[in-house]
Design a protein around this ligand. Structure first.
Ligand code: MRU
Length: 370
């Protein structure tokens, strides 16, 4: 552990106060750290209805695949709380409406759909038992809390497995933010770093700034710095230079969706980093829980890629950076072909090629896929 972290008595990875948290019982609210304001301001939103959850997901107040999944589970409780669930037919209609609303918030992170499927299956099961609406909501909140708690454990397990892969003295490059801000726990890619540091290894991190919304510069550097881990922000286009000059020994990133063949959708720019890592003989790991693997998507070509507003590029953070009237290409994610991935760090350990077979086995044995 770095001097700063141990001096503050902090547990790296828990230095950031809960990205999201349910407060109270079924009548309570979702407390969400508004990530759009970081690093300047730490402000928690108190969310009491579903449209605000959808808005928070769309404008990236909450972001990162696992955190979106957990937020959607709580969003479902909030959505159903507003509905009249008097008859089985009314319940069915409301459930479909709430699920559809949340499902349309963002298309790429599969954790969102995984979470909605699990919550709606549970809701149907409870409704079939003819539970009173009040008891149904209480049980559904319990399910959402369990999804959150499970994500915390998945993150910790990923961190412990991945931490063993890093050697003391290494500099690790990461892209976007796959840390405690992006999950219900200590993160995925950053959990690997937190656990390595907890294990006494000296690790330094290069955080790609991650254009256009700067998740690396604003979020990754913030949470690592809060945890006392040495972090340096580098412009996205500095990755080749860092690798070429021998300053990076390993790359670890998160994922939004991993297809059945191992192709990985993650923040735009990840693909380039993977190609660079291969060229320089640097291991490229993807850290993700089994809930981010999508057995229903055969390959990366089938992964829906979110296209975001031109203004995020043309007018980043309110300041115009290009002429008006010029076109903008702004996909939120890209797909890294499986052949560039050295291995997936999952809660079950390191998953290596052949990916199709080993991913199918992970799905079968994970206990997270029904
Ligand atoms: O658009 P974002 O900020 O939601 O994108 C997030 C990422 O790409 C993360 O790397 C991914 O969701 C993994 S988070 C553990």
């Amino acid at each position: 552990m770095s001097e700063r972290a141990s001096r503050k008595g902090r547990d790296p990875g828990s230095a950031v106060p809960g990205t999201l948290r349910w407060v109270g019982g079924p009548g309570g609210y979702l407390s969400l750290l508004d990530q759009t304001l970081l690093p300047g301001r730490v402000k928690f939103l108190r969310i009491r209805n579903m449209p605000v959850v959808i808005d928070a997901i769309q404008r990236l107040a909450v972001r990162g695949a696992p955190a979106i999944g957990v937020a959607a589970a709580y969003g479902m409780v909030l959505g159903l709380r507003e509905e009249k669930l008097a008859t089985p037919a009314a319940f069915k209609r409301s459930l479909a409406k709430v699920k559809k609303g949340l499902a349309e918030s963002r298309p790429t992170a599969v954790n969102l759909f995984w979470s909605l499927e699990r919550m709606s299956a549970r809701a149907e099961e409870l409704a079939a038992r003819k539970l009173a609406p009040r008891d149904l909501l209480k049980a559904l909140l319990q399910e959402a809390l369990e999804i959150h708690e499970e994500d915390r454990s998945l993150c910790r397990a990923i961190g412990e497995h991945g931490g063993r892969l890093l050697r003391s003295g290494w500099s690790v490059l990461t892209h976007c933010n796959a840390g405690s801000l992006a999950t219900g726990g200590m993160g995925t890619a950053l959990a690997v770093i937190y656990c390595a540091v907890q294990g006494g290894k000296k690790i330094r991190v290069y955080a790609d700034e991650t254009r256009p919304l700067l998740q690396g510069a604003r979020l990754t550097s913030w949470e690592l710095n809060e945890a006392g881990i040495e972090v340096t922000v580098a412009c996205d286009n500095a990755a080749a230079s860092l690798m070429g000059s021998g300053q990076v020994q390993c790359v670890v990133v998160g994922a939004d969706r991993i297809a059945a063949n191992g192709d990985v959708a993650n923040k735009i720019g990840t693909y380039g980093v993977a190609v660079l890592a291969r060229e320089h003989g640097i291991p490229f790991y993807v850290a993700a829980p089994s809930t981010t693997f999508d057995p229903h998507t055969a390959s990366g070509e089938e992964i829906p890629i979110e296209q975001r507003e031109a203004a995020e590029v043309a007018e980043p953070f309110g300041s115009r950076s290009m002429p008006r009237g010029v076109g903008v290409y702004n996909p939120a994610f890209d797909v890294t072909p499986a052949r560039y991935v050295t291995g997936f760090i999952t809660e079950q350990g390191l998953l290596e090629a052949p990916y199709k077979r080993n991913i199918a086995r992970l799905i079968r044995t994970s206990g997270t896929h029904g």
